[in-house]
Design a binder for this molecule. Structure first.
Ligand SMILES: Cc1cc2nc3c(=O)[nH]c(=O)nc-3n(C[C@H](O)[C@H](O)[C@H](O)COP(=O)(O)OP(=O)(O)OC[C@H]3O[C@@H](n4cnc5c(N)ncnc54)[C@H](O)[C@@H]3O)c2cc1C
Length: 403
């Protein structure tokens, strides 16, 4: 057999795969990154990505440790210091304030394309071999793994990491099964202007058909994620703009004043997915390839970045005691460190989703009681704030503050 060309081949150059490739390169591993679509490089200053993420403190630290945080903030990132959650009956409300926990903010809202561009720019300063645009076709195992690309190029690696998203081809090629189901909700995303301005607050209202999240951006704009029945999401995407503005303003109880659509609307089906295993000999899954959760808590990419940090820690620990890159023992350590936390987060989010999507009176009572209680009891509120800040688990080195 020919020698592997690299230590780690990462398939998928979204936020998680690119961050992982960069982190591994900085630790001295030989890395190849394979990405199907060339990342966006330039866009009009007044255009906004429909896909945005609420980035936790742990993810902020990881991006800072990778040297890209300051560039992202200089580009476009909106900190928010308050979060207001209420339900459709208005009886239960929780308000989170960063000042209560002596933090400057609760997190940042950032367009996905801004994060991806910053990571790709940093990657170009490293030795990471990049195949883009390039798509995986086959995987062949021997004493390493050979990745055969659609353009007939071949990459030989000691370890393959699947960072290729919810429909991961690597996961399918290696035969890892998943558990999960459709949420029977679609998320409508759009950018809107709020009459009453940004007020440094993220808003979330739970309604019978799903939650409506309004995430603050610059210039009094908000990115909305409106989860609802699939047919209703399609209808909301198709109705004329004035009718949409009215329905959205009503759904938000006009707490931000009149909301006005700015630009396109898009709809994403929502599903729950969890891989049965995160690892196989010479293969590891990270990010959405391993787990997909409801966007209501804005945790998806944050969990994926924790996966990336944990995998780096496991590979470095193995190398420090002389084990070959991707030894199964190190991969299992990675899996142990992340699967429980990801499962727990999925369960909590799923519980919320079911509790708040049900219209039976008894659940309505529990729901109001739950929000009311959570709003009043300090320690429970702290737990919510810790989730927002990404403090819920033993953090990988990269997810801790620099220095
Ligand atoms: C409406 C909505 C709102 C959300 N809001 C938030 C939020 O506020 N906060 C949060 O943390 N998360 C949020 N999420 C979840 C978050 O977007 C995902 O968790 C995150 O994008 C996953 O990143 P990833 O890099 O693992 O996968 P992806 O972003 O899916 O990237 C996968 C990459 O792999 C590439 N690829 C795929 N197949 C191949 C192949 N065969 N060969 C080569 N390359 C391939 C793709 O081109 C892509 O670039 C939201 C999700 C939705 C749907």
């Amino acid at each position: 057999m020919t020698e592997p060309q690299c230590d780690v081949a990462v398939v998928g150059g979204g936020m998680v795969g690119t961050a992982l490739a960069l982190a591994l390169a900085r630790e001295g591993f030989a890395v190849t990154l394979i990405e199907a679509r060339a990342p966006g490089e330039a866009w009009d200053d007044d255009s906004f990505d429909l896909r945005v993420s609420a980035i936790t403190r742990a993810s902020q630290h990881l991006l800072d440790n990778l040297g890209v945080w300051d560039g992202i903030v200089a580009d476009r990132a909106t900190p928010y210091s308050h979060m207001h959650v209420w339900d459709r009956a208005g009886a239960g409300e929780i308000h989170f304030d960063a000042a209560d926990i002596a933090e400057p903010d609760l997190g940042h809202i950032i367009e996905n394309r801004v994060i991806v561009r910053a990571l790709w720019q940093a990657l170009r300063q490293t030795d990471v071999e990049r195949h883009v645009p390039a798509k995986l076709r086959r995987l062949v195992y021997d004493d390493g793994v050979e990745l055969q690309l659609e353009d007939r190029r071949r990459v030989r690696a000691r370890l393959v990491v699947a960072a290729d998203g919810a429909h991961s081809q690597v996961r399918e090629l290696v035969g890892i099964q998943t558990r999960g189901a459709s949420y029977d909700q679609h998320a409508l995303v759009a950018t809107v202007h709020a009459e009453l301005g940004n007020r440094s607050t993220a808003w979330q209202r739970f309604m019978v058909d799903g939650p409506l999240a309004l995430l603050p951006m610059r210039d009094d704009l908000f990115s909305i994620v409106w989860s609802t029945r699939p047919d209703e999401a399609e209808r909301l995407a198709a109705i004329d703009e004035t009718a949409f503005d009215e329905l959205l303003t009503e759904a938000s109880e006009a707490r931000l004043g009149r909301l006005t659509l700015r630009g396109a609307r898009a709809v994403f089906p929502l599903r729950l997915l969890h891989a049965e295993q995160y690892v196989r000999p010479r293969v590891a899954l990270v990010g959405d390839a391993a787990h997909v959760i409801h966007p209501l808590a804005g945790q998806g990419v944050n969990l994926g970045l924790l996966d990336a940090g944990a995998l780096v820690d496991a590979l470095c620990a193995g190398r420090a005691v002389g084990r070959p890159v991707g030894a199964l023992r190190d991969l299992r350590q990675y899996e142990r460190s992340r699967k429980g936390h990801n499962t727990a987060t999925q369960l909590v989010m799923d519980g919320f989703k079911h509790l708040f999507s049900n219209d039976r009176p008894v659940l309505g009572l529990v729901r109001n009681f739950g929000l009311g209680i959570a709003g009043r009891i300090g320690p429970l509120r702290r737990q919510f704030e810790y989730v927002a800040l990404g403090r819920g688990s033993e953090l990988p080195r990269l997810s801790r503050p620099r220095g």
